[in-house]
Design a binder for this molecule. Structure first.
Ligand SMILES: [Fe+2]
Ligand SMILES: [Fe+2]
Length: 267
């Protein structure tokens, strides 16, 4: 018996409404909240076994903004287990208070684990230093290694915001040696992340590595130019009974208006 789960990422829900990039996005017709609602409504029809969120959930927001995201999930996907990782535009203290309901939020790196349907999803914090390219520290990797020592029926899935597949070196974080050793230990079945606002698939130290699209805006690369559009989407994922992963792209706002371009390195 396989499992099905949703992968949403980079919703950039309104926290800092005066942010230059969000102002441009909205002026071009972008609708991060509308896209997120549409994605969750589609997922409600599919009734996934769980949902993963890979960061940049709210754009520089407050506890109230994260509480609004929690309320949206409770309204549209009640009872569906969810686990998040945080991105370079998230605020850890606000997430802990608003999304997790902790009285005393704090700003330490956010790690988390969720067991569902025989799988363990492990979340590490590649954005703890708020660096654009990301990075994880030794304490998180020690925590990850300890988690992997615990038996689990089906396997482990790792989530974090920044990609670290070697082919994406110029766009994501450099893989620490310690993380590479953990991955080569064979206990992690797949890795899911965000940050690039586009779908990429590859391998990281022998583990399948999937980068999800964004529900806020899409970034496509044409030659050495990154093209930002208002298109939003998410991924529907499956693991079949042989343990093979399958990722399907779902678009919720297919007509993308271009609202900015930037020079970039092609992937
Ligand atoms: Fe993002
Ligand atoms: Fe990001």
């Amino acid at each position: 018996m396989g499992i099905r789960f949703g992968h949403i990422s980079d919703m950039h829900l309104e926290g800092d409404v005066a942010s230059d990039s969000l102002v441009k996005l909205k002026a071009a017709g972008g609708d991060p909240l509308g896209n997120t609602r549409l994605a969750l409504e589609e997922l409600a029809v599919e009734q996934p076994d769980f949902l993963i969120m890979t960061g940049d959930l709210v754009h520089e927001g407050t506890a109230e903004d994260y509480a609004a995201l929690r309320a949206l999930l409770d309204e549209i996907l009640p009872g569906v287990p969810v686990i998040g990782s945080l991105g370079n535009h998230d605020v850890r203290d606000a997430y802990r208070k608003g999304f997790l309901g902790m009285e005393d939020g704090d700003d330490s790196p956010y790690v988390d684990a969720l067991e569902v349907c025989g799988w363990r999803i492990l979340s590490i914090d590649s954005a703890w230093e708020k660096l654009l390219m990301g990075g994880v520290n030794d304490e998180q990797l020690d925590w990850l290694a300890q988690q992997l020592e615990q038996p689990v029926e089906k396997g482990n899935i790792l989530i974090c915001h920044h990609p670290f597949c070697p082919a994406l070196e110029h766009a994501g974080m450099a893989m620490p040696e310690k993380l590479e050793k953990i991955l080569r230990g064979g206990k992690i079945s797949a890795i899911f992340n965000g940050h690039l606002h586009k779908i990429c698939a590859g391998w990281a130290a022998g583990v399948p590595h999937f980068t999800g699209q964004s529900l806020a805006f899409d970034i496509e690369v044409l030659g050495s130019t990154a093209i930002y559009t208002t298109r939003g989407g998410y991924n529907m994922c499956q693991v079949d009974r042989d343990g093979h992963f399958f990722v399907d792209s779902r678009i919720v706002s297919p007509k993308g208006n271009i609202y900015q371009t930037k020079p970039t390195k092609p992937i």
